[in-house]
Design a protein around this ligand. Structure first.
Ligand SMILES: Nc1nc2c(ncn2[C@@H]2O[C@H](COP(=O)(O)OP(=O)(O)OP(=O)(O)O)[C@@H](O)[C@H]2O)c(=O)[nH]1
Ligand SMILES: [Mg+2]
Length: 214
C-alpha cells in the first residue's frame, strides 16, 4: 500500500511540550490560512476528510499529527500546522500560532522536510518569507503552489519560475523544490507524494543488520 494512504489521525498539539516524544520523522505542512494545506493532505492521503478542509479560514488552530506506516508501527508523521495571516484572528491568537509554528520549524530535530503551501495567485508573500526565515537551511523544503487550476497554464509556469528564482535568493544552495499543485484536479499530487515519501525514506534509520550469536 502506498505509504501516505495509510495516514490516520494521531493527535492534536497546542503547545510544544505536548509534541510526540518518540522521535519519529515528521513532515510539516505550513502556509497561509486558506492556502490549501488540509486539502492537499487529504489528496496526498487519498482521503476526503482526514485533515479538516474548510471554507472558513483559520479553523486549523493547532498542530495536527497524522501517522503513516503499518497500523501497529507508525514510521513517520505528517503535521498540519496552523495557517498564518488569517486577517480577523485576534492578535493574541495570531501571536500564539506564529510562535508555535515558528518554534516547531526551527527546533525539531526529527523534521524530515517542510512543505510550504502558497496560493499560486499570490506566490510568496511577506508572511511566507517570515515563516521561511524560521526554517533552517538544513531542512529540506518544497514550496507547493496550490490552486494551480485557477490560472492558465502559461501563467502558472511563470509563477513557478518566479518562485524558483526567489527561493534561490532566500535559501541559496539549500534543498529547495517548487511544484505546481491542485487539490481540485489532483495535478502535481504524484510529484508531491514522491517528494514526501522520499524524505521519509532517506530519513529512516538503515534497517538493523541481522545479528547472529554464532
Ligand atoms: N480551486 C481550488 N480550491 C482549493 C484548492 N485547494 C484548496 N482549495 C479551497 O481553498 C479553501 C481552503 O482550503 P484548506 O485546505 O482548508 O486550506 P488550509 O490551508 O488548510 O487553511 P487553514 O486550515 O485555515 O490554514 C477551501 O475552500 C478549499 O476547498 C485547489 O487546489 N483548487
Ligand atoms: Mg487547514
Amino acid at each position: 500500500m502506498p505509504l501516505l494512504t495509510t495516514a490516520r489521525f494521531h493527535t492534536t498539539v497546542a503547545a510544544l511540550h505536548q509534541m510526540p516524544r518518540e522521535g519519529l520523522l515528521e513532515v510539516a505542512f505550513v502556509g497561509r490560512s486558506n492556502a490549501g494545506k488540509s486539502s492537499a493532505i487529504n489528496v496526498l492521503c487519498n482521503r476526503r476528510r482526514l485533515a479538516f478542509a474548510s471554507r472558513t479560514p483559520g479553523r486549523t488552530q493547532a498542530l495536527n499529527y497524522f501517522a503513516v506506516g503499518p497500523v501497529d508501527r507508525a514510521i513517520a508523521y505528517l503535521v498540519d500546522t496552523p495557517g498564518y495571516g488569517y486577517a480577523s484572528a485576534p492578535l493574541e491568537t495570531k501571536r500564539t500560532w506564529d510562535q508555535l509554528a515558528g518554534e516547531y520549524l526551527s527546533s525539531r530535530p526529527q523534521l524530515a522536510g517542510t512543505v510550504l503551501m502558497a496560493d499560486i495567485r499570490r506566490k510568496l508573500t511577506d508572511l511566507d518569507r517570515r515563516l521561511l526565515a524560521w526554517v533552517p537551511d538544513s531542512v529540506r523544503l518544497v514550496v507547493t503552489l496550490t490552486k494551480s487550476d485557477k490560472l492558465p497554464r502559461q501563467q502558472a509556469r511563470q509563477a513557478l519560475r518566479d518562485v524558483i528564482d526567489e527561493l534561490e535568493q532566500l535559501r541559496p544552495g539549500a534543498d529547495n523544490k517548487v511544484l505546481l499543485f491542485s487539490a481540485l484536479n489532483r495535478s502535481g499530487s504524484d510529484d508531491l507524494t514522491a517528494v514526501v515519501e522520499n524524505w521519509i525514506a532517506v530519513g529512516l534509520p538503515a534497517s538493523p543488520k541481522e545479528t547472529t550469536n554464532a
